[in-house]
Write a protein that binds this ligand. Structure first.
Ligand SMILES: [Zn+2]
Length: 448
């Protein structure tokens, strides 16, 4: 049932004989789901579970999920037009026709003045949950300048003019490809016959002549040329190389233990036969996060999520330049020319405890940070007021959320709540409660 926000979401105050509508500092949200083909089947997808709880917590008859057997890939919490969140009633949980985006554009005070000054009357971040069954495309996200350029040139492909730094916080074991391998590993990659076949012996010799003392700057142009050779090789050459690679590794697996990377490329080949991404994977770091570890990605860094479930946060944007492991549009030239070609294993964040129950993940981007809170049954935790907006997501358990006002809001698994700037939140748990909060990076407020 669609309706406008009820009085419980707004408080009317008499003020100099005028009625001023004050938007409540907590808003319950109904959020969108994405059924991309790399997602997990409904029964095993955290995204499907949270989306179903998020909708069914409403008790509205229109909330019944229609399932046509499609995978559940992403749960979006925020204001991006491709997957908007709607204000929901606290009375019966039903969805209103008001998006969080339009709500904030009419109530910019809820974002805090520093946020509005910097980013306008909108959330600077987009919060997501991902359930990954099959590898996502090898991709990179443009910096602001390139994003504006691509958007102007191809607005149908590059829908935003914003950059998209992102961070993935593992909630299960989570695998990804991320950034280029070190020079030492690159030299090993260039002994793989099918790689050599695509890049040519001359390029290989150039890399082998580089020493550690030469430094990264000397490697970058050669790495760029190698990587571009592979990514732009004809479909037939790539399919032949991938084919030979698969056959050779299957044969060799009878007589020796395959390396981690070799096992990975065989998995990728099963998912994306003949795809250039299978070969490209040799050049990227294979990162395995355990629950509670996070990975962040700056602009122009190549990456591909492989499997597992994570909480993800990014700047509000959906700009992706893809070049492999995908049936979607590829923009190989743009990808190869935009990458930084920085080498080495990425930094893994394990969070900084800010009290007994909350761990904070702070990436080097202004737009966002993530708090992970695990609250044992019957305990209480305070989230101090911050000068920017927050979104809370409950993934396990139930409890009560309170602001300064005595009224408490019951919360449970699947609930998503928008919390206005400068609002202290107290959460009390009725059972063990897991929740995630994302907000503007606390360093942004410290710096300004
Ligand atoms: Zn990405």
């Amino acid at each position: 049932m669609e309706k406008t926000p009820s009085n419980s979401n707004q408080q009317e105050h008499e003020n100099n004989n005028k009625v001023v509508v004050v938007a409540a500092k907590i808003q319950r949200l109904r959020c969108s789901v994405k059924n991309y083909e790399w997602g997990k089947a409904r029964e095993e997808s955290l995204v499907a579970k949270l989306h179903s709880m998020n909708n069914n917590n409403s008790g509205s008859s229109s909330s019944q999920l229609e399932d046509h057997g499609q995978p559940y890939a992403e749960f979006w919490m925020g204001t991006h037009v491709s997957g908007p969140s709607f204000i929901a009633s606290f009375d019966d949980g039903s969805q209103t026709s008001v998006t969080l985006k339009s709500w904030l554009s009419h109530n910019p005070n809820l974002l805090g003045s520093k946020v509005v000054d910097k980013w306008g009357a909108d959330l600077p971040f987009l919060f997501k949950v991902l359930s990954v069954d099959k590898a996502l495309s090898i991709q990179a996200h443009p910096d602001k300048e390139l994003a504006r350029h691509l958007h102007k040139l191809q607005p149908d492909v590059y829908k935003d003019d914003n950059h998209k730094p992102e961070m993935a916080l593992a909630v299960t074991e989570f695998e990804a490809l991320c950034g280029f391998v070190s020079l030492k590993e690159l030299k090993v990659v260039l002994t793989v016959p099918e790689v050599v076949e695509l890049v040519g012996a001359e390029n290989v010799n150039l890399v082998l002549q580089i020493t550690d003392e030469d430094g990264e700057e000397k490697v970058k142009p050669i790495l760029q040329s190698l990587f571009t050779d592979i990514m732009t090789a004809s479909k037939e050459r790539v399919a032949g190389a991938v084919d030979r690679l698969r056959t050779r590794l299957h044969n060799e697996s009878q007589v020796r233990q395959l390396t981690d990377k070799e096992q990975l490329v065989l998995r990728l080949e099963k998912q994306y036969p003949s795809d250039v991404g299978v070969i490209a994977a040799f050049f990227l770091n294979h990162v395995k996060l355990i629950a509670g570890e996070a990975l962040y990605l700056g602009a122009n860094e190549p990456h591909a999520y492989i499997c597992g479930e994570c909480i993800e946060c990014m700047a509000t944007s959906d700009n992706v330049v893809r070049a492999g492991l995908t049936p979607k549009h590829r923009d190989v030239q743009t990808l190869c020319s935009m990458l930084t070609y920085k080498q080495g294993f990425p930094e893994i964040l394990r969070g900084v405890p800010i009290n007994s129950y909350v761990n904070r993940y702070i990436p080097p981007f202004e737009e966002f940070e993530i708090d992970c809170c695990v609250l044992p049954q019957g305990e209480k935790v305070v989230f101090p007021a911050v000068p920017g907006p927050s979104i809370f997501l409950v993934t396990i358990g139930e409890g009560i959320m309170c602001t300064e006002s005595p009224k408490g809001y019951p919360i449970k698994e699947g609930d998503v709540l928008f919390v206005a700037a400068n609002t202290e939140i107290t959460v009390t748990s009725a059972s063990e409660l897991h929740l995630f909060r994302t907000g503007v990076n606390s360093r942004f407020f410290q710096a300004s």
